[in-house]
Design a binder for this molecule. Structure first.
Ligand SMILES: [Zn+2]
Length: 287
């Protein structure tokens, strides 16, 4: 049975998107439970208000929100709109990252035994094709809960950062552009560099401006993007953070000294660099 390439893209697209919104649903759980010190696997999902277990249909990503009319069926607690938004965002970005780095053919190459379709010329499976995909995905899947938690509690929990560094380091061992040594240098420049900036700031201003969570998070970003990734993440996050900080200071009328959480800026800058790093560098140096 011949399948053409566009059909294959659509089939893969649907599966990748469904996978993405399911991960998004799990990331909501992670973002809710980690700061409260509840296990992310047990107990099963419950209403944050009445603590009663939610019905199965409510657990379906995005659709559950519609089926429940955005309410808990026991206590009428209003489910925040952020839940389906996080699910959709995770789904869309997962889909985007997949097609940015891979094609369905790359994936099919991993299963030569199952290949009976003769329409395509398959190459040999290369794990290296998957490395930039896993790097971006790992930045996305840790960045979303970290951003939510940072916005809500102004912390970046070690329970996400430490596994982030360890798994990031392991992925980098397969990354020919970085390797284990490049990853280690990234961790040191990331956390060491920001720690240094934080201390200077403290000396000059006499108060803490950069949290230790940000310091460790930049170490994590260094583990997957290397020292160059660290420099550009810090550069971008600072510029975007400063612009939004100023706008927020004006809109909220709280003044420019208002501290805003830095985590979401680090996360989005790291994601941009992991997906479009080469283009961003070319844009800066050739324009
Ligand atoms: Zn309830």
């Amino acid at each position: 049975m011949p399948i053409d390439l566009s059909t294959l893209n659509i089939i893969f697209g649907i599966f990748v998107f469904l996978f993405g919104i399911s991960i998004g649903s799990f990331l909501n759980v992670v973002a809710y439970r980690i700061p409260l010190n509840i296990s992310i696997v047990r107990p099963r999902s419950f209403c944050p208000n009445c603590k009663k277990t939610v019905p199965n249909y409510a657990l379906i990503p995005v659709i559950g929100y519609i089926l429940t009319h955005a309410k808990c069926n026991k206590c009428n607690y209003k489910i925040p709109i952020t839940y389906p938004i996080v699910e959709l965002l995770t789904g869309i970005l997962t889909l985007f990252i997949f097609f940015r780095f891979l094609t369905p053919i790359n994936v099919l190459e991993a299963f030569p035994a199952f290949l009976t379709v003769e329409t395509f010329q398959y190459g040999k499976f290369h794990f290296n094709n998957f490395v930039p995909f896993f790097v971006s995905l790992w930045i996305l899947y840790t960045g979303i809960p970290l951003s939510i938690i940072d916005l809500k509690y102004r912390i970046l929990p070690n329970k996400i950062i430490y596994p982030g560094i360890i798994i990031g380091f392991l992925i980098s061992c397969f990354n020919h552009n970085l390797g284990w040594s490049g990853s280690l240098i990234g961790i040191i420049t990331g956390s060491g560099g920001l720690f240094f900036i934080a201390k200077i700031y403290e000396l000059l201003r006499g108060k803490q401006g950069i949290g230790m969570g940000d310091v460790k998070y930049l170490g994590f970003i260094g583990a997957v993007l290397g020292w160059k990734g660290v420099v550009f993440t810090l550069f971008y996050a600072s510029i975007i953070g400063a612009i939004i900080g100023i706008l927020w200071g004006i809109i909220s009328k709280k003044g420019l000294a208002t501290a805003i959480p830095f985590g979401p800026f680090l996360a989005s800058a790291a994601l941009a660099i992991s997906t479009y790093g080469d283009e961003i560098l070319a844009f800066i140096f050739k324009n």
